[in-house]
Design a protein around this ligand. Structure first.
Ligand SMILES: *[C@@H]1O[C@H](CO)[C@@H](O)[C@H](O)[C@H]1NC(C)=O
Ligand SMILES: *[C@@H]1O[C@H](CO)[C@@H](O)[C@H](O)[C@H]1NC(C)=O
Ligand SMILES: *[C@@H]1O[C@H](CO)[C@@H](O)[C@H](O)[C@H]1NC(C)=O
Ligand SMILES: *[C@@H]1O[C@H](CO)[C@@H](O)[C@H](O)[C@H]1NC(C)=O
Ligand SMILES: *[C@@H]1O[C@H](CO)[C@@H](O)[C@H](O)[C@H]1NC(C)=O
Ligand SMILES: *[C@@H]1O[C@H](CO)[C@@H](O)[C@H](O)[C@H]1NC(C)=O
Ligand SMILES: *[C@@H]1O[C@H](CO)[C@@H](O)[C@H](O)[C@H]1NC(C)=O
Ligand SMILES: *[C@@H]1O[C@H](CO)[C@@H](O)[C@H](O)[C@H]1NC(C)=O
Ligand SMILES: *[C@@H]1O[C@H](CO)[C@@H](O)[C@H](O)[C@H]1NC(C)=O
Ligand SMILES: *[C@@H]1O[C@H](CO)[C@@H](O)[C@H](O)[C@H]1NC(C)=O
Ligand SMILES: *[C@@H]1O[C@H](CO)[C@@H](O)[C@H](O)[C@H]1NC(C)=O
Ligand SMILES: *[C@@H]1O[C@H](CO)[C@@H](O)[C@H](O)[C@H]1NC(C)=O
Length: 668
């Protein structure tokens, strides 16, 4: 680290008549000249010294001009602060101390673009010669030709320049005449228990900074914390070095400086207080505006609730009426939402919102494949003609979204010929867009219930049931974690181009390690498919999935929905009806009349019995998916089958058979 020395202290001290006058004033009018100011807002403030692109924008200082490719700006308090005090009686000088506190916000338009940051500056001049726009906070030329004027900067750097030994892309540093920091540390604060809490400065969030300088000990303390966190007692950066004296001149401007190149990064100062005669006064941070990506060009007052409400209303109107226009106008905002680190851990393919918007024709109504409690699904076509289904899932909180994504992303790694393959994802705000293979033949329920002429034949139904059983068997037993689907039903079974069945919609799925006892959770799923024990233990298990699959077996064999209201009372609940027929020894009467004659009666009966076995009220007595697959394929069950199954395989004509199959409680 090379650091040039400033001119000798003598020169610093006696630098012209202006200074002498100030010195004179200072010595005799000390109280009047002590500087103490406080801006809780910059609204209407006209006396700041604004250099280049800096300006007062509504209530804040905006450092750069977004429309300029190379931009820099500085904002100084209009009068210099006396940094050296000289006692004429013995001609000794001492360096003043000061204390300052301010709130800033650094908001990039694209979170992955290079960062620039903001610097708090003490400078003998408002125009350090050689300073370049675009880089180095608009203060320095380069590392090898340091500033010739005394200049001390505290940088809040959001970019990493390895050539200057920057430690990371989110640090606080002390700069003495040089862009290369003499000392730096990662941004963050120490909480009351002494733990370090990192603070990302490049998110637009309002950050409170405190800088204390002790002129006697030549020590800087710099502290940052997000708004809302009270001032931490331990400073983030503490730097003590007698050499600081060489970078201080008798009177210095105090203010802020920032620069940027091609990429937009909005650096703002929202409030500022300063004192050279004691601690800086407290800022009132309650009503500061908050800058977020969505509103990066306009300020949004936090307190103006009415404004927000009206604003949101207008926003909704605009969305509804002119989504297309809006999209075109914001085309420059390529990545509208910042990508957070955790998101990059997920899935190999992240689609951009524009890609998906284009693929689905801007989410046109005609592209809507369906919508349900969990979101809407659109059909889309990628530029290479691959057809996709895009599912839009809304989440109210980022935390919820994050947990959800963690699970979904694990499931993105699931690969099986009988699962609908996930291709990628995209996040926009709290909306998650999941991209799946498009299934041209829609869902199974349409082919079984809809009284159209295109009713599925028995062989096809049988094959689809085997497909789904194999897919579910893979989820339960074929992967390094147990995946409980939790929402098996005919409308979640999709048919690909070859009319093969694939299990889709993992929106509610849960992951467990093998052998883990599932926890109680909120009961989810679909009425008519929910296992009875969920009403009491509320813990999804593979057995609850087996139950739902049993319902699917029955509905496919009977061509009837699990709960049908347009039929005789005793037939409303499909399971109970089939179970009753079974107890009377005439289960096959339940089979779908529309395909009678197509099937082998024994085969249909086997499927009906298997369905009942899967729907056994006692989860312990239900077969596993392994056993179900083996039975459907007509193979011997892989391992010692449960009692219900062995009875089933034997044909179970005896009437005792029905005994364990007590009527289930009606669905909740
Ligand atoms: C500080 O700036 C003044 C004028 O702006 C200049 O005359 C003086 O030499 C500078 N002092 C130092 C130490 O560079
Ligand atoms: C600048 O203006 C503010 C009010 O806008 C005032 O409080 C402050 O004293 C002024 N400072 C100087 C140095 O004129
Ligand atoms: C930004 O710079 C452009 C051109 O240099 C100028 O026309 C525009 O007024 C500036 N904007 C602001 C807000 O100063
Ligand atoms: C200046 O120095 C003299 C002698 O050391 C001392 O008596 C006096 O109090 C000092 N004045 C100030 C303002 O510090
Ligand atoms: C202080 O310095 C000035 C100028 O160098 C000199 O005229 C004066 O006599 C000195 N005073 C003392 C007390 O040394
Ligand atoms: C000058 O006076 C100040 C204030 O009393 C004192 O702190 C300082 O040590 C003195 N310097 C010298 C060189 O005597
Ligand atoms: C630094 O800037 C000076 C003055 O503009 C120039 O002569 C020098 O070549 C620059 N050094 C580097 C490494 O860019
Ligand atoms: C900063 O200074 C502290 C002590 O003041 C020291 O422990 C630390 O290593 C320094 N860091 C750098 C990057 O120089
Ligand atoms: C800096 O912080 C340390 C620890 O809290 C404190 O002891 C010291 O007095 C502080 N220095 C300044 C200049 O505020
Ligand atoms: C801060 O400002 C708000 C209004 O802007 C005011 O209601 C509140 O009393 C202020 N708080 C303090 C401590 O001055
Ligand atoms: C089409 O593009 C998508 C993503 O851009 C890719 O995953 C897929 O493999 C491509 N399909 C073909 C057939 O090239
Ligand atoms: C299960 O619940 C307990 C207590 O509610 C909790 O401590 C534990 O982490 C949970 N386990 C899982 C896998 O969610």
């Amino acid at each position: 680290m090379s650091h040039s020395k400033t001119p000798a202290a003598g020169e610093t001290l006696f630098s012209g008549t202006a200074f002498l006058i100030l010195l004179h004033l200072f010595l005799f009018l000390t109280p009047a000249l002590s500087l103490d100011f406080l801006f809780n807002s910059f609204a209407g403030v006209t006396n700041l010294t604004l250099i280049k692109d800096a300006r007062v924008d509504a209530s804040v200082i905006r450092m750069n001009n977004d429309s300029n490719q190379y931009s820099y700006g500085r904002a100084f308090y209009p009068v210099k602060i006396p940094m050296l005090k000289t006692n004429t009686s013995n001609n000794s000088s001492s360096i003043s101390s000061f204390s300052t506190s301010f709130v800033f916000s650094i908001l990039p338009q694209i979170s992955t673009s290079p960062g620039f940051g903001l610097a708090f500056v003490l400078s003998n001049t408002t125009d350090p010669p050689g300073a370049i726009a675009s880089q180095y906070f608009g203060l320095f030329t380069n590392a090898t030709s340091p500033s010739v004027f005394p200049l001390v900067a505290v940088e809040f750097d959001t970019g990493r320049n390895p050539e200057f030994n920057d430690i990371d892309d989110n640090h606080i540093g002390i700069d003495l005449n040089n862009i290369e920091s003499i000392n730096a540390t990662t941004a963050g604060y120490f909480n009351s228990s002494g733990a370090f809490v990192p603070v990302r400065m490049r998110t637009g969030q309002n950050i409170h900074a405190w800088i204390d300088f002790d002129g006697e000990n030549l020590e800087f303390n710099v502290t940052v914390a997000p708004i809302g966190v009270s001032r931490p007692t331990k400073p983030t950066l503490r730097y003590q070095n007698p050499a600081i004296a060489d970078y201080v001149s008798s009177n210095m401007y105090v203010g802020f400086s920032a620069s940027k190149t091609n990429w937009i990064e909005a650096q703002r100062v929202l409030a500022w207080s300063f004192s050279d005669s004691g601690p800086a006064r407290e800022l009132n941070t309650t009503n500061l505006p908050v800058f977020e990506l969505e509103s990066s060009s306009s300020s949004l007052s936090n307190g103006a609730i009415a404004g927000i409400v009206i604003g949101s209303f207008i926003f909704v109107l605009i969305c509804a009426s002119g989504f297309y226009l809006w999209w075109r106008m914001n085309k420059a905002n390529e990545e509208e939402d910042e990508i957070e680190d955790w998101e990059l851990e997920y899935w190999p393919h992240r689609f951009s919102y524009e890609e998906l918007s284009y693929a689905t024709g801007e989410f046109r109504k005609e592209m809507l494949l369906g919508s349900g409690g969990f979101g809407r699904v659109y059909k889309g076509t990628l530029p290479n003609n691959t057809e996709i289904a895009v599912k839009c899932v809304n989440h109210d909180s980022k935390q919820g979204l994050r947990e959800f994504m963690a699970e979904i992303s694990s499931m993105g790694r699931l690969q099986h010929k009988n699962l609908v393959q996930m291709r990628g994802w995209c996040r926009k705000g709290n909306e998650l867009l999941l991209v799946y293979d498009y299934m041209p033949n829609g869902s199974l329920n349409k082919w079984v219930f809809d009284k159209s002429d295109k009713v599925l034949g028995w062989e096809q139904r049988r094959r689809i049931l085997v497909d789904v059983a194999e897919g579910l068997n893979y989820l339960h037993h074929g992967w390094d974690q147990v995946v409980i689907h939790r929402d098996i039903k005919s409308s979640n079974i999709l048919l690909d181009a070859d009319m093969r069945g694939r299990l889709g919609d993992f929106g509610l799925a849960k992951l467990y390690t093998h052998g883990e006892v599932p926890n109680t959770t909120r009961v989810v799923g679909t009425l008519g498919y929910l296992a009875p024990e969920l009403a009491t233990v509320a813990a999804p298990t593979s057995a609850t999935d087996v139950y739902s699959f049993g319902v699917v077996l029955l509905e496919v064999a009977c061509g009837r929905r699990p709960i049908e209201t347009s039929v005789a009372e005793e037939e409303v609940v499909l399971i109970d009806w089939v179970r009753e027929l079974y107890a009377k020894g005439c289960a096959r009467e339940a089979a779908d009349l529309r395909i009678r004659g197509e099937y082998d009666e024994g085969d249909v009966e086997m499927v009906l019995k298997l369905g009942l076995a899967c729907c056994h009220p006692d989860p312990q007595r239900r077969p596993t998916m392994k056993e179900v697959v083996a039975l459907l394929l007509g193979e011997d069950p892989p391992e010692a089958p449960g009692k219900v199954l062995s009875d089933l395989v034997r044909g179970g004509e005896d009437s005792d058979e029905a005994a364990p199959l007590q009527p289930s409680p009606p669905p909740v």
